[in-house]
Each structure stands twice: as C-alpha cells, then as structure tokens.
Write a protein that binds this ligand. Structure first.
Ligand code: TRP
Length: 328
C-alpha cells in the first residue's frame, strides 16, 4: 500500500500507560500506521526539563514501550526510538534556536504554566522545550504530527520556526508540519473532574490485572447528585458512562443509560460492568504484554533498531541543514 507521508509524535517516558494515554494517543498512533510511515519517539530529553528522579527514566521508558508494542505499534514498519539515542536532534535544536525569538518562548502559555508549577527549577531547557520539539519534528521530515489539543501552541510555534528557517536560507529545506488533533474527548480520571494523569493518581493503568482494574474502577466518582441508590442518575455528566461508550458493547450502553436514568441500575453495578468491559477489551493486550515482558531485552532491541533507522533520516536532514546555512 502507498503510504501518504511521515507521521511523527513524541511522548515523555511516563512509565505504564493509562486509559487516558490509550484513548487519547496510543489508539491513534496505532491507526495512523495504516496510512503513514510512522515515527514514534520517547522524548527523554524533554522529560529532563521537569524531572526530579533521573533514576526512573530507564524503567519508565521500557514500561511505556511495552505498552505501545502490546497495544499494536508494529516496530517492523514503525520506527520506535528514544530521542537521546539520535543526538543530531540537539544539534538541530541549537541551530533552530538562532531562528527563534526569545520573547515568543517566554510568552507561551505552556511555559508560563510550567514555570508556575516548578518555581524552584525554571531552567534554560524549559524555555527551549518547544525548540527541541520543533527539532524533533523537523529532523525527521514529518508531514503530520498527532498531538493533543494542549500541544496546539507548540505546533503552531514549530510551523513558524520552520517557515522562518526556510525563508532565511531561501529554500524549503524543512517541512512545515500539519497538526492532527485526536478526536477522542478528554479522558477524565477516577475523580471525575480532572484529566486522567499519573501525577494526580486518578489514573487506571492498562496493564493492571483484572482484579486491580475492578478495585480501581470501583473508586470512580459518578454523578455527584446521585447521593442515594434510588436517586436517578444523569449519564451525560458521569465519567463512568463516558467510558462505557468505549468499553461496553453498544447495545448494552443504551440499556445502561436507560437504567441509570430510571435508577434501576445503581452506580456500584454500573461500575462493575465497566470494569468487566475494560477487562474484556484489554485481555488480549495484557496477554501480549506479558509475553513481551518475559524477555526484558526485547524492548531495548526494538529501540536500538529504531534508533539506527531514525539516525539515517537524521543524518540526511542534517547534511541539508548544514549546507543550507553554510556551516563549513
Ligand atoms: N511536547 C510533547 C508533550 O509534552 C512531547 C513532544 C516532544 C512531541 N517532541 C514532540 C510531540 C514532537 C509531538 C511531536 O506531550
């Protein structure tokens, strides 16, 4: 099949992936493999900008890649690699930084937010975060970048830097990437309020056992107005119901909605059914994951092969970039 172009996405090594990662990013990564040449990168250098525990990087990388592979990322066709294994990205980062107005970086809402969250560590790397991201995208000649809506300003920034670079060297050396936002709505955590995230501890990991999943799902907050078993629920405001849409067969979802509204179905049973749906959906994933994990060397072999293939693209781009700006 003729693929359309190259997709690139980066994700920080956050360890075991949760349902928010799965529905918001991983499923999309998997689907894009049908139409595009895909490059998926674990951005360990980006992670360093806000990391306190350097010792976690290796294990978090391996756990994340295990989840990706078990979920259906196919490393025979897709390049899966670790950002720092191809150091050309740091060279391009330096070069692109000369094409980046400083004020633009410090004005970005993402920078301001991070500076607010890490007031004790507003480092130089944090300011340059979007430049390094631009270098990722540009180095691998990416046409399309699938990201969440929170990355929109970074993508727009990357497009501007690429434009400015191409304009200054008088040649379309780098590709202006298209953004592809995921259409899945924001996945809320077990608190039913905030986006699912590991740091908020409101997440449900894909690789939990079936029993652990039940326990975790039972902690989910449902419609806050449903303070008693006999009070009818409002599925439209209930995060449990939202997840039923994804994990429970469509025919049953209608019935759950009706029975929630009439209070025939209580939240406890509703959650039990959700856990069952999640477990059924993820059973093949968990089986594949266990098989892959039985050989701890496997993910590192995949990543080493990915880095070799990524380096080939990177070398080619850097040759063109160096020539375009006349580096001797
Ligand atoms: N900035 C992204 C995030 O925080 C991660 C990232 C780094 C990325 N490089 C990228 C995403 C390149 C897309 C393309 O989630």
């Amino acid at each position: 099949m003729n693929k359309k172009g190259r997709v690139f996405s980066g994700a920080r090594p956050t360890g075991r992936q949760h349902l928010g990662n799965y529905l918001g990013a991983i499923r999309n990564y998997i689907a894009l493999q049908e139409e595009y040449h895909c490059v998926y990168c674990i951005v360990d250098l980006h992670a360093l900008t806000t990391l306190d525990q350097f010792g976690e990087l290796r294990a978090n990388t391996a756990e994340m890649v295990l989840d990706w592979l078990a979920a259906g990322i196919r490393p025979e066709e897709t390049i899966v690699f670790v950002q720092s294994h191809v150091p050309q990205v740091t060279e391009l980062h330096t070069i692109l930084s000369m094409f980046t107005p400083l004020g633009k970086l410090t004005d970005l809402p993402t920078f301001k937010e991070k500076a607010r969250m890490h007031p004790h560590n507003i480092n130089y790397g944090l300011v340059g975060y979007p430049v390094l991201m631009t270098a990722d995208i540009a180095l691998y000649k990416s046409d399309v970048v699938p990201v969440g809506i929170d990355q929109e300003s970074h993508l727009e920034f990357a497009r501007e830097v690429v434009r400015s670079f191409n304009y200054r060297v008088g040649k379309a050396v780098l590709i202006e990437p298209q953004m592809k936002t995921t259409d899945y709505p924001k996945v809320l955590g077990t608190d039913g309020q905030q986006k699912m995230s590991k740091s908020l501890d409101n997440h449900i990991e894909m690789a939990l056992t079936a029993e652990e999943t039940v326990r975790r799902v039972m902690t989910m907050v449902t419609d806050p107005q449903r303070t008693h078993r006999n009070i009818p629920g409002r599925p439209e405001v209930c995060n449990v119901f939202t997840l039923h849409h994804t994990f429970t067969p469509a025919a049953e979802v209608d019935e759950i909605e009706r029975d929630c509204r009439s209070a025939a179905l209580g939240c406890v049973d509703c959650k039990r059914r959700l856990a069952q749906g999640i477990n059924q959906h993820l059973a093949p994933f968990r089986e594949r994951r266990a098989a892959l994990a039985s050989n701890p060397q496997h993910v590192w072999d995949v990543l080493s092969d990915g880095a070799t293939r990524a380096r080939r693209i990177a070398d080619e781009t850097m040759r063109e970039v160096r020539e375009a700006i006349g580096l001797p």
